[in-house]
Design a protein around this ligand. Structure first.
Ligand SMILES: [Zn+2]
Ligand SMILES: [Zn+2]
Length: 545
């Protein structure tokens, strides 16, 4: 609880990652100074299939209960940076700042959760927002969604640069270069601390320009005779734009499949980021009528999400279109760790329908939006930090970013590695780490942004792994029904019935009238019977009739 977190001395700046260090996604940073706080990014992460019924994982904001939050600053519109915004609204209604496209994505998130719009305040590149004792300045950076930003945060005499997600693409197709001049001018002789995107720190050298992916998409579509299905993250507007251009120049018309793809495309068109000439857009009703070699579909589902348009196409269950022999599927996105199995399964279904799949190619149809080690080094030369805090990534990525920082001349004690909940205190240029200063858990959310009890998730896992045994008790009679239990029905039924009858036999009449006691005893006895005689641990559900 925050009340238990003692405040650092006046004038100090405290930084606590509530998510995003030592893990992929769920990026949230809490900064506190002189009794006031801001948050930078409020993201979610996406569970793999070991979390049944869980749609997204958010940080537990209990830590900020009672804090004076002066503002929420969003670096860009990706889910791992804005996805927890609807959930955050249960804790605070501070104004939300970001560049325009980021806020359009945030507004859509809130609308989807049927929440009244928060105070969303648009900022511009190089604009400074004052929020209590904090001054926050946005600077444009290249990434894989429009209007991505780094921020310079000044508070308590400290100056901190947070890179957001970034790369250094000097000639991106959308013209969104990293604002090196603006950053250099603001940084002056250097800053106290730089937080740096570590996602690709393990990769050497320099990332390829987004343009390379355009070359790859054009090459892949050239000579394709069947339908072309292109999937990427719906937020990757410049990839969509390059895909559309490649399709148009190959004489294809374009359809958008999937709710998120259509929603983001609509926002991107409104911002002039996506252009589809009149007559080149196809509606759902046109799909079957269009000759395969004239059709390009942009679809969501790059992570093999079972409900997505692409997965439905893969299963032959899409209402508006069937794939057939000779169609081409371009997987223009990286697979998020943990989703490899569902992507592979989806690809198998696609191949079964006769489709050809391109994931890797030369030139590539996908390039990363995150800086490689060489760009991280350049970023540090640009921002001239006295200390570096690697963020955004698993531990090994953070370690790789720390190595880059040391190679740039920072001593080891100036490159702390944190876990979520650790507190970094910056005070008159001194740096102090307080491990585990803030209790910082996670919250499971279902598809309606309602919290799911972790016990329920545990139970679902247990059910999936071990099955369920229902023990029906009516007077002295016991019936046993099981589902998903790997045992001979007769043997299981006999063991469990005997155990339950034993409980009934031993119980006094007072105990038998205490249904709660009876249930607990039956669960215990049935569990023991399953374990001892059959080596199984199913979920036991006692039903007293
Ligand atoms: Zn990110
Ligand atoms: Zn991002």
């Amino acid at each position: 609880m925050s009340a238990a977190v003692e405040a650092a001395p006046k004038g100090a700046l405290e930084i606590v990652p509530l998510g995003g260090v030592g893990e992929f996604g769920k990026n949230v940073l809490w900064l506190r100074c002189e009794g006031a706080s801001i948050l930078v990014d409020v993201g979610v992460s996406f569970p793999d299939e070991t979390f049944p019924g869980v749609d997204r994982i958010a940080p537990d904001f209990a830590a900020i209960t009672g804090e004076r939050i002066e503002g929420v600053f969003l670096t860009h519109g990706h889910e791992d940076h804005i996805g927890a915004l609807p959930y955050l609204r249960e804790w605070c209604d501070a104004p939300v700042y970001g560049l325009p496209f980021t806020l359009a994505m945030a507004r859509r998130r809130l609308e989807e959760a049927a929440l009244p719009p928060a105070a969303l305040v648009e900022a511009r590149g190089r604009e400074t927002i004052v929020a209590g004792p904090f001054r926050v300045t946005f600077f444009r950076v290249s990434h894989s969604v429009p209007d991505s930003a780094a921020v310079l945060i000044e508070a308590g005499g400290a100056r901190v640069v947070h890179s957001g997600d970034f790369k250094l693409d000097d000639d991106p197709p959308d013209g969104e270069t990293t604002d090196r001049e603006g950053i250099a001018a603001a940084v002056g002789t250097g800053v106290d601390l730089v937080l740096v995107d570590s996602t690709n720190a393990e990769r050497p050298g320099h990332s390829l320009s987004e343009r390379a992916a355009g070359d790859g998409l054009r090459a892949a579509m050239q000579g394709a005779r069947g339908r072309v299905i292109l999937t990427t993250f719906s937020s990757h507007v410049s990839r969509l734009s390059q895909g559309i251009e490649a399709g148009l120049s190959a004489g294809r018309r374009v359809a958008m499949l999937g709710r998120s793809m259509r929603a983001v495309a609509e926002i991107a068109e409104r911002f002039g980021r996506l252009r589809l000439p009149m007559g080149s857009r196809l509606g759902a009703a046109d799909l079957r009528r269009t000759t395969p070699e004239r059709l390009l579909c942009l679809t969501s589902g790059s992570q093999g999400e079972p409900g997505s348009a692409l997965y439905r196409l893969a299963l032959g269950e899409h209402t508006d279109l069937e794939l057939s022999e000779g169609d081409l599927v371009l997987l223009s996105a990286r697979t998020i760790p943990g989703h490899e199995r569902s992507v592979n399964r989806m690809c198998d279904h696609l191949v079964r329908r006769g489709a050809r799949i391109i994931r890797e190619s030369e030139p590539p149809i996908h390039v990363s939006g995150h800086a490689h080690a060489g760009e991280i080094a350049e970023w540090l030369k640009l921002t001239r930090p006295r200390a570096v805090l690697p963020v955004h990534g698993d531990r090994r990525m953070l370690v790789a970013a720390a190595e880059v920082a040391r190679a740039e001349g920072l001593s080891g004690d100036r490159v702390p590695l944190l876990d979520n909940g650790d507190r970094l205190v910056l005070e008159s240029r001194r740096l102090r780490v307080e491990p585990g200063a803030v209790r910082c858990g996670t919250v499971f959310l279902d598809d309606r942004t309602e919290a799911v009890d972790p016990d329920i998730v545990r139970e679902r896992r247990h059910l999936a792994a071990e099955g369920v045994v229902v023990v029906l008790v009516r007077g002295d009679e016991v019936d046993v029904v099981s589902r998903g239990v790997a045992a001979d029905d007769g043997a299981l039924s006999e063991e469990v019935s005997r155990a339950a009858r034993g409980v009934l036999g031993r119980a006094t009449s007072e105990e038998r009238n205490d249904s709660e006691w009876l249930r607990a005893e039956i669960v215990l006895a049935a569990r023991r019977a399953c374990r001892r005689s059959l080596g199984l641990r199913p979920v036991i559900v006692p039903v007293l009739l």
